[in-house]
Design a protein around this ligand. Structure first.
Ligand SMILES: [Ca+2]
Ligand SMILES: [Ca+2]
Ligand SMILES: [Ca+2]
Length: 791
């Protein structure tokens, strides 16, 4: 993972961007009238001494309910609502509220404040009112938040004026009071700036990084059902490019609680499945805060195949959630973390993260995890060379529990990112090496052959639970900066998967970040894949990173509904989840749309096989956002020949399907969808594509030469294999003849006189015209004949 790194998804919205639109003022308070109980409200807890009881009361200023605060311990103890993220520095707001106190021993009048707590010790009285005992008083004023005020915390509450020892006169300072009809009217904050990657992040012809429209780190390759799934730390989550400079602040791993998922069946065209909300208050496992460095496995449990997604909950613990498919839906079988300080054998570890599962051939499963600083009880040289900071443990049959005690993986110079795969009966453990420093005994010298800083080392063992230092086998992958240059250093996180007979190595590098910002990257990483090859003795040939990546495993089949968020390459677009399941992956799978589609943006697919007959039409499922937009279907490059044009109609609101005819889309081509229309506004949103074949009539053709009376003839025969009559035209250099209504199973035959004693070898053309499924179809085929000399 990421501790020692050295080193929108929504678009601009659907509004025309001609001029900044001033958002209309709105009430920023939730449930200000307390008609929905106490929803949105709690007691100010800015200081430890603050305390009160908040209840709903029927004694309302308006409506059926108000709030009643009792048992106040400080003058600040009063009803509070969190406005963080809703108010902005420099803005002015109008505040109104009704307040009433009634206690018999209290003063005849009393001042109340509406106050904002900006975090820490920063409190500002916003508006005040003086109430007469027993009567509803009104707050009615405005306040302006100072331009320099930090508003990352902004919590509004109601209180009585401060005094040091209010308990000395509780009737004067700590009276009960009622609150109703609270409103704070002002401009809501502007939408967050666009995260759309405007540069071409994955260059046409190159296969690394895997995607160019978002980031993803710590990729774990998982093969299932003929596809490769890549689960990744969602580095895009905290990406926030400055609207002016385009540069984001450095990545903050602490904010990441989603896992990004893409998949492919050819390793070049990747489908974006969006993010899995794993951790955090709304996560699948809300008892975890972070979701880094995923690991994936599947296993038959109680007769049903289940999918297990492991992840690091920050540095201190690891967890697992369960999926019904590689794409979910997801649930948590646990209510606490899987790996933590209570895991037997894991107690000494500082980092109990980076969990990587292995399901062995016999069904026994294992989890590899750990990393971080070595125990200070070891000699310095040992802390550096053999820090013993990685563990292996058996998983229970349910895959969501461990059994027995974790054992040490004595990986040389180990830091983190353990991963195991099995090949030909041998287990391969790979890991990321540390960068030295005080956590590892200071600047020691690696033992000969041991990894340098930030490399991927590996070990080979006969036993998945036995990893002595003698099983170390060398460096599998040097640091990525060796291949991708300035700005791409830092640690790495790898996985290995086998797909259709070849092994592949996954790693990450901030190459998209580099294409956006140059050599001063901010730590946003992108997934890469290289092929992994083995020596005859089972050792691994060291991997070199490059932008070329791996070969496309198979051509892309366009003759089915496939998601528009399937991208070989792209420019200027973003993706976002939309409601409803996926037409391609099923109703319970997530579905995304391609958004932020502007004039000049494009998406592309690599090596699409249209077949010899070619494609007749293309159909897009889309939502039209601008008038006079069109999509060009181009072959081979962004400026290549146009095979068809989709004219999209005027904006209609909902999703619609638009079909266009194609011409020349035969054979294998890269396909570029280029988007054209009025500048400065989003043109369309795209859900899916579908191509349809140009239907062919099943006609056959043969051609022969023969001699009659010293003259050469070319005899052509065409057969109608269709179920209805077709018109057939035989075309030769020596004449053409058309047969209308050739019956099913019948032939058209003509022997054409060349009027010469010799004929060269050549080709004849058979043109058939009929109907297939009610559509007029013309099929053209050819037949070759030999030469002949008849004299
Ligand atoms: Ca009310
Ligand atoms: Ca765009
Ligand atoms: Ca879609």
């Amino acid at each position: 993972m990421a501790f020692a790194a050295i080193g929108a998804l929504l678009g601009a919205g659907l509004v025309a961007a001609a001029a900044p639109v001033q958002a209309a003022d709105e009430n920023l308070i939730v449930n200000g009238g307390f008609e929905n109980g106490l929803t949105g409200w709690f007691v100010n807890n800015g200081n430890a001494a603050d305390s009160a009881t908040l209840a709903s009361t029927a004694d309302a200023y308006a409506g059926a309910a108000a709030a009643l605060v009792t048992s106040r311990t400080t003058t600040g103890s009063g009803p509070m609502q969190d406005l963080s993220g809703k108010v902005q520095a420099g803005q002015t707001y109008a505040l109104t509220a009704r307040i009433k106190y009634e206690n018999a021993a209290g003063p005849a009048t009393k001042q109340f404040f509406a106050t904002m707590h900006y975090g820490g010790g920063t409190y500002t009285n916003l508006v005040s009112t003086v109430a007469t005992k027993g009567q509803w008083a009104q707050f009615n004023g405005t306040f302006t938040i100072p331009a320099g005020q930090s508003v990352s915390t902004a919590r509004l509450f109601f209180e009585t004026p401060w005094t040091a020892t209010p308990s000395a006169a509780p009737d004067t300072h700590l009276m009960d009071f009622k609150l109703d009809d609270v409103s704070v009217i002002g401009a809501p904050p502007p939408p967050p700036p666009s995260k759309t990657v405007e540069v071409v992040g994955k260059l046409p012809g190159e296969h690394n990084p895997l995607i160019g429209h978002k980031f993803g780190a710590d990729g774990f390759g998982f093969v299932h059902g003929g596809r490769v799934y890549m689960y990744m730390t969602n580095d895009t989550q905290g990406y926030a490019p400055d609207p002016v400079t385009g540069v984001s602040a450095a990545i903050n791993y602490g904010n990441i609680n989603q896992i990004t998922l893409i998949s492919s069946d050819d390793l070049v065209n990747w489908t974006d499945h969006g993010e899995i909300q794993v951790a955090g208050p709304n996560g699948v496992a809300p008892f975890t805060s972070n979701s880094w460095a995923p690991g994936m496995a599947s296993k038959m449990v109680d007769g049903k195949e289940k999918f297990f997604l492991y992840y690091a909950n920050g540095g201190g613990s690891s967890n697992v959630i369960t999926g019904e498919s590689p794409l979910g839906p997801w649930s948590s079988e646990r209510t606490s973390t899987l790996i933590n300080g209570g895991t037997p054998g894991a107690e000494p570890l500082v980092w109990r993260f980076d969990p990587a599962p292995l399901v062995d051939d016999d069904g026994q499963s294992y989890l590899y995890f750990g990393g971080g600083p070595a125990a200070t009880s070891m000699p310095a040289a040992e802390r550096f060379n053999n820090p013993k900071n990685i563990r292996a443990i058996e998983l229970g049959d349910d895959m969501v529990s461990t059994q027995g005690s974790a054992v040490v993986v004595d990986a040389p110079v180990a830091f983190e990112a353990g991963h195991v795969f099995k090949r030909q009966g041998k287990y391969y453990f790979s890991y990321s090496s540390h960068f030295g420093g005080s956590d590892f005994g200071g600047n020691q010298t690696p033992l000969p052959g041991y990894p340098g800083g930030g490399q991927i080392g590996y070990m080979i063992s006969d036993n998945p639970m036995s990893w002595t230092k003698e099983t170390y086998a060398g460096v599998l992958f040097p640091n990525q900066s060796q291949f991708f240059g300035a700005g791409t250093g830092g640690n790495n996180h790898q996985s290995v998967f086998e797909f259709e007979g070849k092994y592949y190595f996954t790693y990450h590098a901030p190459t998209l970040n580099k294409r956006i910002n140059g050599n001063t990257t901010q730590g946003y990483r992108s997934p890469h894949i290289q092929e992994l090859t083995f020596n005859p003795d089972g050792t691994i040939q060291q991997v070199a990173g490059n932008y070329a990546g791996v070969g496309q495993v198979r051509n892309f089949n366009p003759y089915h509904v496939f998601e528009a968020e399937t991208l070989g390459w792209s420019k200027g677009i973003a993706t976002a989840k939309i409601d409803g399941g996926s037409a391609q992956f099923g109703a319970s799978a997530p579905n995304l749309a391609v958004r932020d589609v502007d004039n000049g943006d494009w998406t592309a697919l690599s090596a699409v096989d249209f077949g010899a007959g070619g494609a007749k039409t293309v159909t897009a499922k889309l939502r039209v956002l601008a008038s006079d937009a069109r999509i060009q279907v181009r072959l081979d490059s962004v400026t290549g020949p146009v095979a068809g044009t989709i004219q999209v109609g005027p904006p209609s609101g909902g999703w619609t399907e638009v079909t266009a005819a194609l011409d020349g889309a035969t054979g294998v081509h890269d396909v570029y969808f280029t988007y054209e229309g009025p500048a400065g506004q989003d043109l369309v949103e795209l859900d899916s594509w579908k191509f349809d074949r140009r239907a062919d009539l099943p006609v056959t053709a043969t051609a022969q030469t023969r001699c009659t009376a010293g003259k050469a003839y070319v005899a052509v025969q065409a057969g109608n294999g269709h179920t209805t009559p077709v018109d057939i035209t035989l075309e030769t250099p020596y004449g053409t003849r058309t047969f209308t209504g050739v019956a099913p199973g019948a032939n058209a035959y003509q022997s054409f006189a060349t009027r010469s004693s010799t004929v060269a070898a050549g080709t004849v053309t058979v043109r058939a015209h009929g109907t297939v499924d009610g559509t007029d179809v013309t099929t053209v085929i050819t037949a070759a004949h030999s030469g002949a000399t008849c004299a």
